[in-house]
Design a protein around this ligand. Structure first.
Ligand code: URA
Length: 353
């Protein structure tokens, strides 16, 4: 394989063959193809795009660059991925809620990216919580607690780790096939048989328009289905911050509050969104109707089962919620912002906040 010929072919707008994509990614992962050639191909993909088949081949090649997990737990597996937003702590509720409904939730989660906070960073504000489990410990926690949230290790999709670092500095982040390859290869390697995507759009998200978010959502779902997974996506608004708290520890506290006081907050839009995502996971994973799944999710949120799953996961990963609750009672500073006149808040600029 001659890397330059493949770059030329994509630059001219022609579709690459499956073997060409596979060998290019393999060569790049092993260090046989230098960064400058990978960057050139990434730029050609950015400008010329990829067909659905090419995107699926790229995703598979990246997935196979590292370890791929398999689950034999006797229950279906499901995970939710969010493209991230301001105040987006929904995973902290959705994942334990889905686990409480009888699916196993292996969730390799991310660090903060741009103005979006990472679920791992949030969970690490709980004293003792280990968000950097080995893959073996990750598998143990999922088997014991039914849910685990930890950052991906270097064994998962090393091609993505290398490529993402290059994309970041070569102006090649904003490309649907590259984004799909990056997100989906990690999720496929994680091994869950059902994948649900929250693709956010707006000023607090990295997709700024609804149209772009819809295109990404369609590409993620079709890529996941092409890889033999059950998949669905919701495209959600990220112009206004999600929920009522922002900041890693504050968001964990808010999620805990929702899990503990679900009866009082179940009608809130952000809580309803959590129920909707867990319901999608459950409905696909357990092959039940969305109405049956919603009913089950509401029941497991209201009866404390989702809270129990969250607590079991935190304990299994070394976290101490009692210490966390004590720490949060002493904020370092507090201030009020006084409204200049009476009225109703209709929007809050997520990016400015
Ligand atoms: N998140 C990822 O993991 N990869 C991308 O390319 C964009 C967002």
């Amino acid at each position: 394989m001659i890397a330059k010929l493949i770059i030329d072919k994509k630059r001219e707008g022609r579709a690459l063959g499956s073997a060409e994509i596979r060998e290019f990614i393999e060569g790049f992962t092993k260090g046989e193809i230098p960064d400058y050639q990978m960057s050139a191909l990434a730029m050609a993909i950015c400008c010329r795009g990829m067909t659905e088949r090419e995107t699926a081949d790229l995703t598979e090649a990246m997935m196979r660059s590292g370890r791929c997990l398999e689950w034999n737990l006797g229950v279906p597996t499901a995970d939710k991925h969010s493209t991230g937003g301001v105040g987006d702590k929904l995973s902290l509720i959705i994942q334990p809620l889905a686990a409480a409904c009888g699916v196993a939730v292996p969730s390799l989660t991310g660090r903060g990216l741009g103005l979006t906070g990472g679920t791992a960073d949030k969970l690490e504000t709980i004293p003792g919580y280990n968000a950097s489990l080995s893959l073996d410990d990750f598998q143990k926690v999922v088997a014991e607690a039914g849910v685990s949230m930890t950052v991906q290790t270097a064994e998962i999709t090393p091609a993505d780790k290398k490529l993402y670092a290059l994309r970041d500095v070569t102006g090649t982040v904003a490309s649907i096939p590259l984004i799909v390859g990056s997100i989906l290869s990690k999720k496929l390697a994680e091994g869950a048989s059902t994948l649900v995507f929250d693709v956010k759009w707006g000023i607090g998200a990295f997709m700024k328009t609804k149209e772009d978010a819809c295109e990404l959502a369609r590409a993620l779902v079709s890529g996941a289905k092409a890889a033999g997974r059950k998949a669905a996506a919701l495209v959600t608004d990220m112009n206004t911050p999600l929920g009522r708290a922002i900041g890693n520890a504050n968001e964990v506290a808010e999620a805990l509050d929702i899990l503990k006081n679900s009866a009082n907050v179940i009608k809130r839009a952000d809580v309803a969104l959590c129920v909707e995502f867990s319901s999608l996971m459950i409905s696909l994973a357990k092959d039940i109707t969305i109405e049956e799944a919603r009913e089950l999710c509401r029941e497991k949120l209201l009866d404390g089962s989702a809270l129990a799953k969250f607590e079991a996961m935190v304990k299994a990963q070394g976290g101490d919620l009692e210490k966390f609750n004590k720490l949060l009672t002493q904020p370092r500073s507090k201030f009020k912002i006084q409204a200049m006149k009476s009225g109703v808040i209709s929007a809050i600029d997520a990016e400015k906040v």
